[in-house]
Ligand binder design. Structure first.
Ligand SMILES: *Cc1c(COP(=O)(O)O)cnc(C)c1O
Length: 209
């Protein structure tokens, strides 16, 4: 068994009912193919252009790939993102909501969309402030944009537990089905706090350059 296949098997056993998103950013086609051969179908990328270079080809062989965008999206790439991704996890501002609504109308494609919540209220971080998420959700719906989940990245160097718990509370209060949280370092805590999806790169593919 390749190390990627072994890592996936171990992570799947831990993930239970949660979806394991294999974050393949910076890793080449060979690594992605190894994961596909091991049965993995859900992948995450943080850049539109990098994903465009990797996935359209792979989808010819594996039409059931589910591709998640987990990095910041520029409004001028909204249409390309809607055309390529099945899930866009990083809706973090009103202008992007507008751009996504337009892109969906134009392309006829309807990816699942999650709001990225800046759960630690960190000034340098993308995302909607927790206390503004409910009104942002309402304004998205007003322009016809359906939202089906939340995603968060807790502050670094602190216990993520309270941040994961707060995001879970928010997800339940807003009655959204999906909750994306947890990475290689903290996914066990995220699962204990109610994550429905974990985003794992390093623990599957090894360190990035
Ligand atoms: C890179 C990345 C991940 C994966 O991180 P690892 O620590 O390698 O598991 C998860 N989520 C986001 C938003 C990322 O950018």
């Amino acid at each position: 068994m390749s190390s990627i296949a072994a890592n996936l098997a171990a992570l799947r056993a831990r993930a239970g009912n949660a979806t394991l998103i294999a974050v393949s950013k910076t890793h080449g086609i060979t690594a992605v193919r190894e994961a596909l051969a091991a049965g993995q179908r859900v992948f995450g990328e943080n850049r539109v252009q990098e994903a465009q270079g990797k996935f359209p080809d792979l989808r010819r062989t594996y039409p059931d790939i589910e591709l998640h965008l987990i990095g910041t999206l520029q409004s001028n790439k909204a249409q390309a993102a809607v055309a390529l991704f099945d899930v866009i996890q990083t809706l973090d501002r009103p202008a992007l909501a507008e751009a996504l609504a337009q892109a969906i109308q134009k392309t006829g494609r309807r990816p699942r969309i999650y709001i990225e919540v800046n759960i630690g209220n960190e000034p340098q971080k993308a995302g909607i402030a927790p206390d503004q998420t409910e009104s942002f959700l309402a304004s998205c719906r007003q322009i016809g944009l359906q939202i089906s989940g939340l995603m968060c990245i807790p502050p670094q160097g602190q216990d993520p537990t309270p941040y994961f718990l707060r995001t879970h509370e928010l997800q339940e209060r807003l009655a959204l089905p999906h909750l994306s949280m947890g990475m290689s370092q903290d996914f066990k805590i995220a699962l204990a706090c109610g994550a429905t999806e974990i985003r794992i790169g390093t623990a599957i593919f090894g360190a990035r350059e």
